[in-house]
Write a protein that binds this ligand. Sequence first.
Ligand SMILES: [Zn+2]
Ligand SMILES: [Zn+2]
Length: 233
Amino acid sequence: MEKVTYDLHTHSALSPCGDNDMTVNNILHMAVLGGVQVLAVTDHNSCKNCPAAVEVAKGLPIDLIPGMELCTVEEVHVICLFPALDNAMAFDAYVHDRLPAVENRPEIFGEQRILNAADEIVGYEPYLLINATSISIEEVVPLAKRFGGICYPAHVDKSSTSVFSNLGYFSSDWGFGAVEIANRQKIEELAPKIPGFGELLVLHSSDAHYLWDISQGENFLFCNNFRRALGLY
Ligand SMILES: [Zn+2]
Ligand SMILES: [Zn+2]
C-alpha cells in the first residue's frame, strides 16, 4: 500500500464560474507544486478542456484523470471520471446533447474558455454549462459505466446542488460506489443518513475554482493502485 495524494474535483476556465487563471498549465503545475499525484479536471457538464490537460500532464509527474461535474435534472452535482480521454470525450458529446440549448451570457455568468495545451483560447463553449441536463440521478451510474467511467455524488454536505439539499435523501438504489464530502467534519453527521456508507469510498477534493484552492496534499488514500481503488480500469 502506498499513500496517494489526489484532487478529483477542479474547475478550469471552461466553467463559467472558474477563474480565467485556471488554465490547464496553471492547474497542473499548481497541483504538482502542492504534491498532488492524481488530479481530475471536472468542469460543469463538459470535458472540453480535458484534451489539453491530458497533453500537459504527459510532461509532469502527475496522473490526470479526465472528468466532468455533471448536473442532473434534479440539479444534483455528480463527479464523473473516465479511464481515458476517448471515453471522456464520447461522454462529453452525449451530455452536450442533453444540455438545454441556452446560450451563455459571459457578462453575467463568465466566459467558457476552451484551451489548448499552450493555454491559448481555441474556442468558447456557446451553451451555458451550469444548467441542469436532462439526465436523472437514477440514470447516471449506468450511463457513466456505458462510457467506461465511474461517478459519485459531489459535495453531499453542501447546502445547494447536492443529493441532500435537493432530494433530501441518499438511495443505495442509485448504485454509487463512492461519495464526495467537502468538509471532513460532516462525516459523522452524514454517515447514518447514507445507506451502506461503510461500503462507499469516501473522497474529499478541493472543488477549486481558483488556483489557490487546489489541494496541497491534504487529500490522500492508502491503496495499491489508485485508479483501481476508484474502479477505473
Ligand atoms: Zn458542484
Ligand atoms: Zn465543482
